[in-house]
Structures are given as C-alpha cells and as structure tokens.
Design a binder for this molecule. Sequence first.
Ligand code: PLP
Length: 395
Amino acid sequence: MNEQGLPENEIFSYLENVKSEDTDYYRVLSSMCTHPHKIAVEAHRLFIEANLGDLGLFAGAHRLEREVIGMLGELLHAQSVEIPSGESCEKSVCGYLTTGGTESNIQAVRGMKNLVTMGRKMPGEILNIVIPESAHFSFDKVANMMGIEVKRALLDSEFKVDIASVESLIDANTIGLVGIAGNTEFGQVDPIEELAKLALENELFLHIDAAFGGFVIPFLENPHSFDFKVPGVTSIAIDPHKMGLSTIPSGALLFRSPSFLDSLKVNTPYLTTKAQFTLTGTRSGASAAATYAVMKHLGREGYRKNVQYCMQLTAKLVKEARELSFKPLIEPVMNVVALRVPSPDLVREQLLKKYSWNVSITRNPRALRLVLMPHNTERDVEEFLQDLKKVTAEL
Ligand code: PLP
C-alpha cells in the first residue's frame, strides 16, 4: 500500500482504464448475468452501506429483504408460515437473500444435513444426496465441504435427469434429491413432479435449483411445474442477479418449512439480533434494495416482456442456425441453446480470437453453448451466425 494517499482523479483515471478490460456484454453469449436494470443500480447506491448481517441496525433494508422474499414466495407459490422473530412470531415466507445460486445450493444441502443429523449420532455413516449429472459445479463445492457424498444421476436423451437412474442411486443414507429448473448448459428443466413423487415416497428432501430458470419459467407461455405448488419440493434457489435484472450479488433461497431455517441457526451474542441462519455474516442490504426496486418496477408484465424478448432471439438463432445446417441438441426450453458444430472447442477459440465472440461449451456432448440475454440483439444473432459460418468453413 502506498504511504501517502493519491488524488481522486489519479485513482479514477486508473479505475477507468482497468474497467475498459471488463466486458460491457458486447458479443457475450456465454453469461447468465447481464446489465442490471437502471432502477436496481440506483436503489443499490441508496442502500450502499446497509448490512443485513446486523439486522437491528438496518431495519429498513431488512424490511426490503422480507418484502423481496414475500414477492419471490408469491412467484414460486410458497405459503406464508409462522416464523419465530425475536420474542414474537411473524407470518412470512421462509427464506433469505443469498449471494447467488452457489450459496443457496450449499445452504439448502446444509439444511437437509442438519435436519437429518440434529441430535443424532451417525457413526460411520456417510450421508448422500442424488443430483442430476447436469448440476452446476456449485455441487462440487457442496461435496467438498459438507462431508456428504454427492451421487450423480444419468440424463435422458433430452438432458433431463433420468428418474430410473435417480431411483437406482437412492439408498438408506440418502437424505435428499436435487432437481434443476433451467440447467446451466442446456436450459433444460428436470421432471420435477416425478422427482417430487420419488422424494415423498422415500421421505427425502427435494431442493430445486432454479437459479437461472426462476425468473424465466414463470414467464414462459407454457410454464413447467417446478415450484412449491408441487408437493414434495422443500427448497428453491432463485437468482435475481441473473434473469431478475438485479445487481450482483443477489440470490435467494426459499424453504417450504421454517424448520430448515431453524436448523441453520447460529447464535450471534454481540449483534442486535440473537441469531443468524445465513452462510455469510455481513450481507449486502444494497442487493435487497436493488431487487425490491426492479421487481416492483417491472412487475410480472415487465419480466414477461423480458423473457419474451430473449425467447424471440433464441427462436431466431435456432431457425437461422438450422438454415446453415447447425442443429440444436434439443429444442430450447428457455433462452439457452446448445448447438452442434464440428470441433466445438476450436470453433469457440476462433470465434473469440477472430470476431470477439464469447461463447462456451457444454461438457457432454461437447457443443457450443449460447445464452441469449437481454443485452443481446437481433443483429448480434445475425452477425454471430455469419461469423460461425466463416469459422467452420475455414476449419
Ligand atoms: N445453479 C445454476 C443452475 C446456475 O446456472 C448457476 C450459475 O450459472 C448457479 C447455480 C450458481 O450461481 P452463482 O454463480 O450466482 O453462485
């Protein structure tokens, strides 16, 4: 660190220089995040110092967090339940704002584990959960930190989890299942109702990772069943900082029952509140304000338009790619396309090197993975396909 402070203009001139190395989402077809809505940015600024780690000092930001959880609960058909709050009980949807899908997935599994092991000694038993092979790599972190085995079920030909494979992996030490509503690579939705049936039959928890799909599926013309309306779904991850157009970090984790929150509780003796059930201590109140503002401002109608726009771009891309003989692995369910191209890794490299396109690759099978986000345009789609045609012709 320098001994003497530098003048503001010098620092900002450096920062602006460095910022030019960051993407402004031009030619980005690989990200599930996008520009936050203007109103979210303004609200974020207004609450920049709010710390949801110490709720008593930031009652306003906490109120916004509760209101956001209430709105998300309504979107995901969660019931309000009695939750102990200090000395009293408040009727509310169970959940809290996280830093994103990773934290939500970790906490959902931690809750399952705590509920199962609470007060019980389980010598020598390694508990396990069953997740789809398509699950996000946040579950590798779960496996690494939680001391439980993460079993991966096979996918069917449509990249949905195969129910027979899930069933075959369930054993006496299985505590929960995971279903994905909008998987990262294919945008596919697992058969949540069938998973829920399995979960109920085997008395297992069922966590739904809707980090991406949570702000897409409810606004599609024919939405899949994936939320608390399905009996057996016990928790859901949904990320406002993806298709919710809020600022980073904005995730959310909702539970069907308050026992989950209770199982995550840690006493906080020197704070204004007695306990915390979050993973992180200090938490951004600015994110709560940003998410509140954008959800209120857009309403269902605004999000429906946002999803319609992305789905139109997706349909255009698939139709015009087919005209060039590039077929999608599946008919897109949401605004994610996995496109079959020859030598996808090489194509990806060349697209970036020659034409500055950021695309990614699915793991199995390898295909170009394209996410059509609000920052993309029809022109992007047209130019991208022209460049893809040139790159593949040169191979
Ligand atoms: N779950 C799914 C389905 C995702 O697509 C992602 C990220 O893309 C995550 C979880 C992790 O979210 P985050 O990066 O916000 O922690």
